[in-house]
Design a protein around this ligand. Structure first.
Ligand SMILES: [Zn+2]
Length: 505
């Protein structure tokens, strides 16, 4: 994710996208001074919330022990596929949904939970028979008619609705379901999927997906993956998308509005499917034209593009949006439109746009293909994407990688939270996960050498794509590839509150 400016969404929520990298600031490597405006709502968070009472952890053990998000994930549950069907009514703000989850039990289950916040559940059917359920935000506790044995697979069909809107998360960044002037989009990271989709909302559980999106006549429904089907009905349209690459819930894309779908080709025949507002079709052409060269650059560094398709999605969200939704990062037109109007040649795009596009593209290797197992490992996403974007910035003639690293290292001289163990409030702060993570990678590169470093990054993706992995997995691989004991290195650079003031020589 890169996020910077404030969202002002449908007058419902003013949310600070603290974090990361205001594009124009990240491009010069300085730490952004993002607005820290607290979110404020002008409406109740949800009129449909059934309960906000904490649930009894003894009765309904919830969460899988994520240090930063204790209530995310669900013991004993491995979702392998989601078949999602949603219709959003812009007049009422109500989302009607059904989801069919294919689940494998990883423990003997008399009941099980899913993550669900602010949802109204109408019915749950398991393998064709009705199931009992209890809504106790942030959990939906389901009791099948008969216990499910460890290793067995079952299907749970959930019919639900919600007043869909963003929530202000503890990270300081709003997430969930957003309404724009011309449609909607979702931005789930890290815990927003559960506000509109009952799910196992944790990055350790990846699944395949099918999305059926109902929109008013004339509009387009978009989701991750490949467009399977489009039908025009009497008074609406149905768009069906299929995502075959395993994906975490925080990377889900659902967009509605007046969009054009643009299919082109990337290196080695890679399918590129982009979506831009129909009114922006000409203006956004440089983004379409620029993808193949950027993909080829990163393939040379990180190995073959690791997913089955790529593209860009440029929405009518307010500016300051960059989210690595799987296979098709999400952007705001406002972060490109003025710049492109001044000079539409892709090679001359500004530093901030170059940073933004390369950062999100590199997440396809680091975050999307290989996903953190727990949220405290967020540097595996953001440190790597920042480092990649700095390589690209140097490649296209903006500030050098070395200078960006030097600036970020200077910013890390004030003791803070360790890059490898961030707090929930600072997990998306530039100093630690983003610039700080990139500093760790540069220090590692200087310690083990260029050959071992790039072999490590390529092996990391080649061996782990489609899965979720931990920082310890990365350290183990770094030691295997380099043949060095790196315990002291990672203690000094990744897990220290105070960093060395000089890079290794
Ligand atoms: Zn990012």
């Amino acid at each position: 994710m890169t996020a910077a400016a404030q969202f002002v969404v449908a007058l419902m929520m003013v949310a600070s996208c603290s974090s990361a990298s205001a594009p124009n600031q990240a491009a010069d490597g300085s730490s952004p001074s993002t607005a820290e405006t607290e979110g404020s709502t002008t409406q109740p968070t949800s009129t449909l919330t059934t309960s906000t009472e904490p649930i009894d952890a003894e009765l309904h053990p919830h969460g899988i022990g994520d240090v930063l998000f204790a209530d995310l994930g669900n013991p004993g549950v491995d979702v392998t596929h989601y078949d999602v069907d949603v219709a959003f009514d812009a007049a009422t703000g109500v989302l009607e949904g059904t989801v069919l989850l294919s689940v494998t039990a990883t423990a003997n289950l008399e009941d099980f939970s899913l993550d669900a916040v602010g949802l109204k559940v109408d019915s749950i059917v398991i393998d064709g028979g009705p199931a009992q359920f209890e809504l106790a935000d942030p959990e939906l506790v389901v009791t099948p008619a008969a216990a499910i044995a460890k290793g067995d697979s079952f299907e749970a069909a959930i019919t639900y609705s919600t007043k869909a809107q963003p929530q202000q998360a503890v990270t300081g960044i709003a997430n969930g379901w957003f309404v724009t002037p011309g449609g909607t989009f979702v931005m789930n990271e890290p815990n927003g999927a559960r506000t509109w989709l009952p799910s196992n909302d944790h990055p350790s559980d990846k699944a395949t997906y099918r999305f059926t999106i109902h929109v008013p006549a004339g509009l387009t429904g978009i989701a991750n993956g490949v467009l399977e089907q489009h039908s025009i009905n009497a008074d609406d349209e149905t768009w069906v998308w299929s995502q075959a690459d395993p994906m975490a819930t925080y990377l889900i894309q659902v967009i509605t509005g007046d969009y054009e779908i643009i299919d082109t080709l990337g290196p080695n025949g890679l399918a590129l499917t982009s979506v831009v507002l129909r009114s922006d079709r000409t203006l956004m052409q440089p983004l379409i034209d620029g993808m193949p060269e950027q993909i080829a650059f990163f393939e040379e560094k990180f190995g073959p593009y690791p997913l089955s398709s790529y593209g860009v999605a440029v929405t009518d969200s307010p500016g300051g949006l960059g989210m690595e939704q799987q296979g098709r990062p999400l952007y705001s037109r406002d972060d490109f439109a003025a710049d492109l109007r001044d000079d539409p040649r892709p090679g001359l795009m500004g530093a901030s746009q170059q940073y933004l596009l390369s950062h999100e593209l590199s997440h396809m290797w680091f975050g999307d293909a290989v996903t953190p197992s727990v949220w405290q490992d967020i540097w595996l996403n953001e440190g790597f994407a920042t480092y990649a974007a700095w390589m690209w910035s140097e490649h296209v003639g903006y500030r050098s990688l070395a200078e960006n690293v030097d600036r970020a290292l200077r910013d890390r001289q004030t003791p803070g939270v360790p890059t490898g163990k961030p707090s929930v409030e600072r997990m998306f702060e530039f100093e630690e996960a983003y610039g700080g993570g990139a500093v760790v990678l540069q220090a590692l590169r200087l310690t083990i050498g260029d050959d071992a470093f790039f072999t490590l990054l390529r092996t990391w993706v080649a061996e782990n794509k489609g899965t979720s992995r931990t920082t310890n997995d990365f350290i183990t691989l770094a030691e295997r590839v380099s043949g060095a004991d790196l315990t002291a290195f990672f203690d000094d650079w990744l897990f220290a509150t105070s960093l060395p003031d000089q890079l290794p020589t």
